[in-house]
Write a protein that binds this ligand. Structure first.
Ligand code: ADP
Length: 510
């Protein structure tokens, strides 16, 4: 029997993406299908998602979903099985999933994502005829209320997994919203949704899900400490027995240097001529001096404090002093954007910066850089260093979270043993970053050693198979299905017509 899982998520690649969450949400379903787990994803009906939906059928209807009616559309897009919440009053807006064009969070995000979780609970409970998932997989705070709705609403029991992709985003709202969420008074407790005097969406999920995962083993440890727990470490320690870290992978068909359409030339381990062409193309594209001998340090990142981008800006004099070039693509904090743009203007040919979001350039940077810098202050898993490994750019990373779990530091011992894949530094300070850049430059001057490290990097297993197996085991455990009994055939549940009306509006506050 194939297992059926409902994934609850606020962004999904390639339909809508602001970061790694979307990559994971888009890559896990095909990886799980290979493990005999059929995933349907329920996502908000942003315009881009509704546009992409093929063969959409109305699967359910909600008369009132926090301010208006909604339809649940079932269909496929980009190979994914989707339930899309068509609720124009909540999701038909410009901007990214969370913010308007002015960059400010939508003031009704509390209801936009409560709706996502409530609809997920309704689906899990059978609102779509013929569909009954064995487990629910909630991603991040936007889906955090799903385990709470499952817990406080009667219905068939369905196990839930809460995955923390980034503990920094918790979804905290004022207590006066409790009644508007349709949760019973009993939910207002330390064992429920209450969190430091407010309502915590992620906290609710962490509290009430049957299993909790996060995206790397090291981050699973860090978030249980006061230093890394961001206020939730006590609860995470308390739930430690059901908390585990499952490392993210990347979609190795999207990130395949041999076939990548964004590159001027393909390459693969042992056949790196095309990589040289990518480097020259990258240098030309970003206005860098075209020079195969210069070490290019690439960055594809949100420009934020978390990502240590202020440290990178501070380390520029050392980077330039070592004769390296910087190729940076990113967007985020206005101050950091301005800082990098000013650096590019001050160092023409040495610092190339593009502010914005550009998938194609992100691929070219990974393919054309020699080093990929990820100096994050904390990093749940990090995907860009995985892309870099596959594309033969040596990650230069802070020793935090998933970066620790995915890169082998090229210490002299590791180099002698022939096992390094990148450069790691700690603590996350300017001085340590500068020292790591100097170390990278020394290694760059030892080209034979560099080639060995690069070959090691490219041989690293960065795909999803192993981790998808771990998720599949977790779902099976929740569903009480023995692994041995799973037949590796993926069944697509039939969606027959529209379901009946299901009011989901909670009672007004008392
Ligand atoms: P985050 O914390 O931002 O989710 P991850 O490393 O987990 O960090 O994932 C970031 C993802 O977003 C990667 O796929 C990366 O290539 C992509 N990305 C980040 N910034 C940009 C950008 N400016 N343009 C294109 N892709 C980007």
């Amino acid at each position: 029997m194939a297992l059926s899982v409902l994934s609850v998520v606020s962004e999904i690649y390639p339909l809508i993406k602001t970061g790694g969450l979307a990559d994971v949400a888009g890559a896990l379903p095909p990886a799980l299908a290979a493990q005999g787990v059929a995933v349907h994803s329920v996502v908000p009906g942003y315009p881009a998602v509704l546009r992409a939906l093929e063969g959409a059928q109305e699967a359910a209807r909600f008369d009132e979903l926090w301010g208006g009616p909604a339809r649940l559309m079932a269909g496929r897009a980009a190979g994914l099985d989707l339930f899309v919440i068509d609720a124009p009053h909540l999701y038909a807006r410009p901007g990214d999933p969370y913010r308007g064009p002015d960059g400010a969070d939508w003031p009704d995000n509390w209801s936009r994502f409560a709706a996502l979780s409530r609809v997920a609970e309704r689906i899990a409970r059978g609102v779509v005829p013929g569909y009954a998932p064995d487990a629910v997989h909630a991603h991040d705070w936007q889906a955090g209320l799903t385990p709470a709705f499952l817990h406080y609403t009667p219905g068939r029991p369905v196990g839930s997994v809460m995955t923390i992709h980034n503990l920094a985003f918790q979804g905290q709202y004022p207590p006066r919203l409790l009644g508007l969420l349709g949760l019973p008074a009993a939910a207002w407790s330390i064992g429920g949704v209450e969190y430091y005097g407010g309502i915590g969406y992620l906290k609710a999920g962490v509290q009430l899900a049957d299993r909790i995962t996060t995206v790397s083993p090291s981050y699973a440890e860090e978030i249980q400490t006061a230093a890394g727990g961001m206020g939730m470490d006590g609860l995470l320690r308390q739930r430690g027995a059901v908390l585990s870290g499952i490392l993210n992978g990347i979609d190795t068909t999207v990130w395949n240097p041999a076939t990548d359409p964004a590159l001027p030339a393909g390459f693969e381990p042992g056949k790196l001529e095309g990589r040289g062409a990518c480097k020259l193309a990258l240098q030309a594209r970003l206005g860098l001096t075209v020079d195969p001998g210069a070490m290019v340090i690439g960055v594809v990142s949100r420009l934020t404090w978390q990502k240590g981008m202020d440290l990178l800006l501070g380390a520029l004099p050392v980077l330039l002093g070592e004769g390296a070039q910087l190729a940076l693509l990113g967007s985020g904090d206005a101050g950091l954007q301005q800082g990098f743009v000013a650096a590019a203007a001050a160092h023409p040919g040495r610092v190339g910066v593009e502010v914005g979001y550009d998938e194609g350039l992100a691929h070219l940077i990974q393919a054309g850089s020699d080093v990929a810098a990820v100096p994050s202050r904390f990093e749940p898993c990090g995907l860009t260093q995985l892309c870099a490994l596959r594309y033969g750019a040596l990650p230069l990373v802070a020793r935090v979270g998933g970066l620790t779990d995915t890169v082998i530091d090229a210490s002299e011992v590791a180099v002698a043993a022939g096992v390094g894949t990148g450069m790691m530094f700690a603590p996350v300070t300017l001085e340590a970053l500068e020292a790591a850049i100097k170390r990278a430059a020394r290694l760059w001057r030892r080209q034979a050693t560099w080639r060995t490290l690069q070959a090691n990097a490219m041989a690293t297993d960065v795909g999803w198979e192993r981790s998808a197996g771990r998720y599949a085991a977790l779902f099976r455990e929740l569903a009480g299905v023995e692994a041995e009994s799973v037949i590796k055939v993926v069944r697509r549940p039939a969606l027959v017509g529209a379901a009946g009306f299901e009011p989901t509006t909670p009672s007004p506050p008392d």
